[in-house]
Design a binder for this molecule. Sequence first.
Ligand code: GLY
Ligand code: MN
Ligand code: MN
Length: 436
Amino acid sequence: MKQSEFKKRRKQLINHIGVGNIGLISSASMRTRNRDVDYPFRQDSDFFYLTGFNEPDALAVFIPGREQGEYILFCREFDETKALWEGAHAGLEGATQHYDADDAFPINDLDEILPGFLENKTKVYYPMGRNLELDTNLLEWINHIRSQSRSGLVAPSELVSLELIVHEMRLFKSPNELKLMRTVAEISAAGHVKAMQACKPGLYEYQIEAELIYHFNQNGLRNVAYPSIVAGGKNACTLHYTENTDKLKNGDLLLIDAGAECDHYAADITRTFPVSGKFSEPQKLLYQLVLDAQFAALEQIKPGLFWNQAHDASVEVLTKGLVELGLLKGKINKLIKDEKYKQFYMHRIGHWLGMDVHDVGDYKIKQEWRVLKPGMVLTVEPGLYIPANCKTVDAQWRGIGIRIEDDVLVTATGHEVLTGGAPKSIQEIEALMQGL
Ligand code: GLY
Ligand code: MN
Ligand code: MN
């Protein structure tokens, strides 16, 4: 992503904040995994969205109308030894030269410098309650200014959510963001193809997970957007199954929910396919039902329609199909009203997708479901999960878990499926797996 795009976002935020107010946002921190080992660093998405700065121990400050420049970055000073052991970091000079900060200060001097920026400002925009250290520091800095009120200083009197503004911005993807999302969707979809090709009875779930990770890494994507779910047989009925330790059995289905991350943008794809490469009859019937529900939901993804319409469409198709197959009994309207489908379809149709897999952005505005608009990206992921111990259904259905998930962009005229590279029709899957 070019610096000019980050700059444009900051300008937009600064306009929202307004002269007389101030905005703050801190970076993510390194976290210890065990003893001297850290987890790989992942920048806070909001912070990266506004700064493009990929280091821990940083704080961005936005002061609309400040004469010496409206964007200040506190970060780590350049340190020779650190550079030798841990590699490159921008330092103060890099912050101004390469990241367009108007001023840069050492993060270690935050306590001395930041109260000065807060003086005589009215509102502080910041991500409330997300970073305990920033929450605590901010109130201490404000108290410090209050204690000097007799010398004429005025402390900020309002704390406002910075996220309300930034998350609304993040909900609408720019052409450059869409380029990254198309790339990550394409590579992730190809990873699912590799997984289908590698799958056979007797392998372990983690060996299929390895196929996905191998493909992502080979294509330069070193991180997954979330822990991969590789769930054979009844493991698929555990929605967040990530152990991935069981042996794959002939006759079972395999559900894979996996996506890579590319320059902080996520893909989120689920495919379900037979371990043997051939669906059994009951598997075929349930699978086709989920696929029909997905197509019905996708028809509801276009500008001007409400967010919940896709979900409602999936509920209708699934409930009707479950009655036809005998898994639910009763009148369709009543079953929907009583939410009887929820014992087999307990999640919603999807979520916003972007820098975070469950991306930011409101789903309702003033109690009303949101209207879809071009530039939004979301997942469409209906599923059916029939518990292995479900006594109310015929034995042939028990222990089957199916989800089909694609990433979808709302366009000016309808939608575009970004993850179409992973096959999902019964015929396509069987042909691919049997090498036809
Ligand atoms: N992979 C998480 C989800 O599908 O929401
Ligand atoms: Mn999802
Ligand atoms: Mn998923």
